[in-house]
Design a protein around this ligand. Sequence first.
Ligand code: FMN
Length: 217
Amino acid sequence: MDSLNRHEDYGQEALEEGHLLDDPIAQFQSWLIDAEAAKIYEPNAFVLGTVGTDDQPRSRTVLLKGVDNRGFFFASNFLSRKGEALEHNNKVSGVFGWYSMYRQVLIQGVAEKVGPSESDEYHASRPHDSQVAAWSSNQSSPIASRQALDAQFDQALERFADKDVPRPEFWGGYRIIPSRIEFWKGRSNRMHDRIEYLRTLSPDGSHSAWVIQRLQP
Ligand SMILES: Cc1cc2nc3c(=O)[nH]c(=O)nc-3n(C[C@H](O)[C@H](O)[C@H](O)COP(=O)(O)O)c2cc1C
């Protein structure tokens, strides 16, 4: 396990306040485009952290499917472990780890279910098999065997053969409304750059302006 003893040099490219956009969402979009250009595999994958009903944090990877001034959009099963967790506590974290670029983005905020029409629209944009799969899995529940899982999928395929697949009401989109977004850039000597944007979210949906601060590595 050579990787445990490696000490990579993360290079000299700097992250300077003067080069960052005032709006962290625009800055994020620019880094996502860079990650795509760098051919990062699944550049839109991020690790979503939630807090469960037992107050235990849990993380898993999901795919970002939209990002704009409203926040970060992803889709999942509302009855999954993450869905249950989000019902209990809507505070979340997210990690985009673009390690080969020596870059990381951390987000914190609250996740809200999007409206049914937005979930419908996203569901309608997915390939047929993905739509069927949404019906075929009680995500996060135990199942006796792979065979049983395949049987569930086959039954759903049959049910929706040559038909439009409606969105299951237990599946759809969430949007993370960010309160903190941190851009991390690895530097030599472990003196990394960290620039954090933070704002206060109010329960009525209003928020303060973004404040930018540099953090020690
Ligand atoms: C690259 C990658 C992308 C994934 N994208 C999603 C996704 O967009 N939505 C989703 O529900 N699960 C996605 N998963 C599966 C989740 O990591 C996880 O296994 C699943 O959502 C169940 O999590 P939970 O039991 O904590 O709710 C993805 C996994 C990987 C590795």
